[in-house]
Structures are given as C-alpha cells and as structure tokens.
Write a protein that binds this ligand. Sequence first.
Ligand SMILES: [Zn+2]
Length: 104
Amino acid sequence: MNACDEYAVKALRYLDGDLRGKELEEFRSHVDSCANCQAHLEAEAALSDVLHGSRPLYTAPLSLRTRVSAAINQHAVPGTAADGLYASVFRGMRERFPVALDAS
Ligand SMILES: [Zn+2]
C-alpha cells in the first residue's frame, strides 16, 4: 500500500471528524500537497453529502441488524486501522439510517 492508498482510507475517518493530533496534521499536510488525494477527498465528501441526504428504501429485520452488529464487533480488532474504519463506517451508517440500524 502506498502513501496515497493509506490516506484514501483515512479520508473517510477525516470526513467523520475521527482524525486527531499528529494523524490529522499528517493527513492535512499530505492532502494539501497531493492533487490525487485532494480529488479523492472531494469525491468522498460529495458521496457523503449524497448519503446524508438519502434515506433507506427498506428497513432490515431486527435479526439481520443484530447479526451484522455482532459480526462487526467480532471481526474488528481493537487498536487497528480496520477497527477504526469499521467503527467509523458503522457509526456513520447509524447516524444516517437510525431507523434501519437501531430500531428494536
Ligand atoms: Zn496522495
């Protein structure tokens, strides 16, 4: 994975306000000097705006929501980039689709 690949993953966390301290500084520094990552960040921000404005067409059954939550918790390794990514994605989905993911 090259540096831009790493920052592409971090773009999602950046947009969710999940980057802090040195990690945030490094991300901003790289994006400020990299046209590729600037374009990627703009595309992710545009997609995020679309998702924020959309609503689910269907509500998943409680049993499916429970299994998905359990799988995420089971496979996320604490302290890894994947853990942060899964947590960030799931938190974003929960905020955007509260009825679909949190109804019980
Ligand atoms: Zn880059």
